[in-house]
Design a protein around this ligand. Structure first.
Ligand code: PEP
Length: 250
């Protein structure tokens, strides 16, 4: 039996005033709920503010990116150990915006993933196809490449990791995969991992991301291989984010 998780990716939004109000409202609104793990991934400068606000609650803290390097002359970069020091337990790796805008390759994503694992952070590895790749029926091929470049022939690094299936065409567009479409790909992901380790495949949480909202969340989360969601836009409003979290009550 896998726990469900709802993770909010605030992206490059907010300031200390906005973050204080948002996190206070989320903490109050989530009190008494335990149908999912609730993870908040604010931008780097707001991590310590959120870390302090969620102390003593069940909420979890994650970052949106990390450096593949340990330390040294990498101006502007943030290491896994710095994230740990700030109270992060999780970090998003390979988000499609970083792959597309920051030109992160599968190889760079793999290095970041392993930097996280080696420092005791749980990476949330984002995979997903663009609209063009979907139209060319390359979805499973692309996802298999993204997965295998990280896990190679040994799924051990996946023991403490999460996968997020995020079709690029569904991110921030209002378009979303149907529960059946998403389930099909989640099953494919679990199957790909099971070809190396059945135990890890059974255990790993696979989140869906792409325009999830309070209306479509329940249908998605009711699918057997969908273990929650990675939420962008709707995580910036406490009411919307909480309505998604509450939809995990399967
Ligand atoms: C995301 O950026 O990971 C995401 C899923 O965004 P949105 O929910 O806004 O589509």
């Amino acid at each position: 039996m896998r726990n469900l998780m709802v993770a909010g990716n605030w992206k490059m939004n907010g300031d200390s005033v906005m973050a204080s109000t948002l996190i206070d409202d989320i903490v109050v609104g989530f009190k008494g709920y335990d149908s999912c793990e609730l993870l908040i991934c604010p931008p780097f400068p707001l991590l310590s503010l959120v870390a302090n606000k969620i102390k003593g609650t069940s909420l979890l803290l994650g970052a949106q990116n990390l450096s593949e390097h340990k330390s040294g002359a990498y101006t502007g970069e943030i290491s896994a150990s710095m994230l740990e020091d700030m109270g992060c337990q999780y970090v998003i790796v390979g988000h499609s915006e970083r792959r597309a805008i920051m030109r992160e390759t599968n190889e760079m994503v793999a290095e970041k993933f392993h930097a996280a694992v080696n420092n005791g952070l749980i990476p949330i590895l984002c995979v997903g196809e663009t609209l063009e790749q979907k139209n060319q029926e390359q979805t499973t091929q692309i996802i298999e490449e993204q997965l295998k470049s990280v896990m190679g022939t040994n799924a051990d690094s996946m023991t403490n990791a999460i996968i997020a299936y995020e079709p690029v065409w569904a991110i921030g567009t209002g378009l979303t995969a149907t529960p059946e479409e998403a389930q099909h790909i989640h099953h494919f992901i679990r199957n790909t991992i099971s070809s190396i380790s059945q135990e890890i495949a059974d255990k790993i949480q696979i989140l869906y991301g792409g325009s999830v909202n309070g209306d479509n969340a329940k249908g998605l989360f009711s699918m057997p291989d969908i273990d929650g969601g990675l939420i962008g836009g709707a995580s910036l409003t406490a009411r919307d984010f909480l309505s998604i979290a509450k939809a995990t009550n399967k």
